[in-house]
Design a protein. Structure first.
Ligand code: 6R9
Length: 673
């Protein structure tokens, strides 16, 4: 792959204006001034966000927009009271959207001709009633308390957002674990959250097969028990009707729990403090232990509402489709909470973009008249490998905004997306953000009525109210066109409040790098600015990989590998991949007496699948070495392993203990390449 930095630099001057926006374009200098005015000082930041906060519903308005008296624990809309469930249901009904379709869901079994077998449309009233019923069930039957965390291991079915809203209604919290994670990964997250209840489904359809989720939950519960944590109940939603293991004293069908709950039961919505927390979501860091990013109620809501308006320009007649899984932050924020609190119609689907064939998404865009589309570069690059006719035979002319997220979009992929999906007349942008930021932080802002020009591959401009900087190791700003670390130097409402049960780690990880300079949120990304002030994120600067858009730490992969009895040591690095973005390359040192073999590779892959899940295992490349390249003080030199995998110059090797290890790594890599 071409050097991403060079490829992006070529696009610095390439300002593209979609024809239907030709009279609605900012002069960059004007936008710069507008932006600067929103971040001049604390008051201007507060003023900017209060304008949006005033548009949403509050049981009680805030006393103060931003309390920054105890950084980096910023508190937003202090004294305010609201509730995410109220915003997404009651408030929508109050605004006259009772019978509007809130969620369109399409299931996977899809006929040969691409037509769906099962479609469910839920109105705002349906959401309201069902989430009230779930809230009543949780409260009255299971005794779920305010502040209790429930773990959801649910696939992409409407019951997932219904449970999210049910939990929010009573002030409890969710921890959603992506249903592609393994039993081991699920168990760690159940225990860390201290969850008594796990909600799952019998199975889910994916590419024509049924995956047995309940069996994975059973394994996870067993691991929890061995570690001394009791899961009291597993609630099972019936989806695929597959055979599942069952334990009468612990397992219960969702439909049985709900059978005697009245159709019109109402549960009063908890008035949540703006600074209460609404959910945790585990994400990968640079150590093996996942971090529980803890999000707020009020600040999170205002951030989502604002970005839905500014970046997606959401209107009442839009059909909004974000293709992510709700198990990741993108799905939390932009399938469920963001679109619903704006009264939009949001789509969700079960299955995969390439099943029964690669036309599935284009067909769905035509079928439902999707107007705003949000997906990942890895999916775009996969679709690009097939003839355009697969997509252009469908009418996608309803699309007006198409964005991407999850990793940098290379300019060729941007061009293809803009042309084939966007007929070269849409706002098309790569919105940069993270699990920790709660919502999007960069774009071109169609919602302001005019856009800043598009550029293939850029992330656009930081949103108003937020200052970003690109710094070198010493904390100095780097010049446009130079690479540095992306930092956010002002607080914003969607930012994580802390790491669950680990405030010190929160301070260290996000604010440690530039401690001597002040409170700078360190993103862990490499980025550069261009002369216009656009941000271009280049990729992670640490040991986190984005494999097909999924975030995973190399440390997690390594600790999974060494938990196998035949493995003595392992080192994992990312290698760039034309479709997946990055893939993990794992160098393994086997224990004395264990021989490398193709069977051993399969065995280790199976182990990886069991400990971390299929996402990592299916793309990982495993190779064997006798020793790993280390510094004289014993640290593995991952930089060299990465250079080997990328076929690049090794750079400085003076601290290397023995060159033999590098030669060996090269040979090992040649064998699997
Ligand atoms: C939302 C999400 C966060 C990391 C982030 C960065 C990468 C996300 C991006 C992007 C370039 C974009 N990333 N969006 N890089 N352009 N538009 O993906 O959250 O899973 O926590 O990952 O993803 O490296 O630091 P998360």
């Amino acid at each position: 792959m071409a050097d991403p930095m060079e490829a992006m630099k070529k696009e610095f001057e390439n300002r593209i204006i979609p024809p239907s926006w030709k009279d609605r374009v900012w002069e960059i200098e004007d936008y710069r001034k507008f932006h600067e005015d929103t971040i001049k000082d604390k008051e201007s930041i507060e003023k900017w966000w209060e304008k949006w906060a005033n548009e949403i519903f509050w049981f009680r308005k805030w006393d103060r927009a931003l309390d920054d008296s105890n950084p980096p624990f910023y508190r937003w809309f202090v004294g305010g009271e609201t509730n995410l469930a109220y915003l997404c249901t009651d408030w929508q009904i109050e605004q006259g959207r009772k019978n509007k379709v809130a969620i369109i869901w399409e299931g996977e079994p899809v006929k040969e001709n691409g037509e769906p077998v099962e479609v469910r449309k839920l109105t705002y009233y349906d959401l309201y009633r069902e989430s009230n019923r779930i809230a009543a069930m949780l409260k009255d039957k299971l005794g779920v308390k305010k502040d209790e965390i429930l773990t959801f291991y649910l696939p992409m079915i409407p019951e997932l957002p219904l449970f999210m809203l049910g939990v929010q209604r009573i002030g409890a919290k969710h921890s959603i674990v992506f249903s592609g994670f393994s039993a081991q990964a699920l168990a760690v997250r159940i225990m860390d959250a201290g969850a008594r209840y796990v909600v799952t489904a019998d199975g889910v359809y994916r590419r024509g097969k049924v995956l047995n989720l309940k069996a994975i939950v059973d394994d996870a519960v067993k691991i929890c028990e061995q570690e001394g944590h009791k899961v009291e109940k597993v609630i099972v939603v019936k989806r695929a009707g597959n055979e599942i293991p069952w334990n009468d004293s612990r397992d219960v069908w969702f439909e049985d729990l709900m059978a005697d709950i009245g159709k019109n039961v109402k549960v009063e919505c908890e008035k949540m403090g703006s600074e209460d927390f609404s959910f945790i979501l585990y994400t990968s860091g640079t150590t093996g232990r996942p971090k529980g990013a803890q999000h707020s109620v009020g600040g999170y809501a205002v951030h989502l509402y604002t970005t839905m308006k500014l970046i997606f320009d959401i209107k009442d007649d839009d059909i909004f489709w974000c293709t992510a899984d709700i198990g990741w932050i993108t799905g939390h924020s932009y399938i469920v909470y963001g679109p619903l609190m704006c009264g939009a119609t949001t789509m969700m689907y079960e299955g995969a973009p390439d099943f029964p064939d690669v036309s599935r998404w284009a067909a769905m865009i035509e079928r439902y008249g999707v107007t705003i589309f949000y997906t990942a570069p890895t999916a775009i690059r996969m679709l690009m490998r097939f003839p355009e006719e697969n997509y252009t035979k469908y009418d996608m002319s309803t699309l007006r905004i198409i964005h991407s997220v999850g990793e940098p979009i290379n300019p060729e992929a941007w061009r293809w997306y803009y042309r084939v999906f966007g007929r070269e007349d849409v706002v098309c942008s790569s919105t940069w953000w993270m699990t920790e930021t709660g919502g999007m932080l960069t774009d071109h802002f169609p919602g302001l009525g005019k856009i800043i020009p598009l550029k293939p591959g850029t992330n656009g401009y930081p949103i108003p109210g937020v200052r970003m900087e690109v710094l070198d190791d010493e904390g100095n700003s780097v010049k446009p066109g130079e690479r540095g670390y992306l930092v956010i130097s002002t607080p914003w409402p969607g930012m994580l409040m802390t790491l669950f049960k680990d405030p010190n780690r929160f301070i260290d990880v996000y604010f440690g790098k530039y401690k001597s300079k002040g409170w700078y949120y360190y993103t862990g990304d490499f980025a550069m600015f261009d002369e216009d002030g656009y941000v271009w994120v280049l990729g992670r600067a640490d040991d986190i990989l984005k494999v097909a858009g999924h975030r995973i730490g190399t440390a997690e992969i390594e600790s999974a590998m060494v938990s196998h009895p035949d493995v003595a040591e392992a080192a994992c690095v990312g290698k760039s991949d034309p479709v997946k973005g990055e893939i993990p390359i794992i160098y393994v040192v086997l224990r004395e007496g264990v021989e490398p073999s193709p069977d051993m590779v399969n065995e280790l892959k199976k182990h990886l699948r069991a400990t971390l899940g299929p996402v990592v295992a299916s793309d990982a490349v495993i190779t064997f070495v006798n020793t790993l390249p280390k510094t004289r003080s014993g640290k593995i030199m991952r930089r060299l392993l990465r250079a080997v995998a990328e076929g690049k110059e090794l750079g400085d090797v003076t601290t290397l203990e023995s060159e033999v290890a590098v030669e060996e790594a090269k040979k090992a890599y040649e064998m699997v390449k």
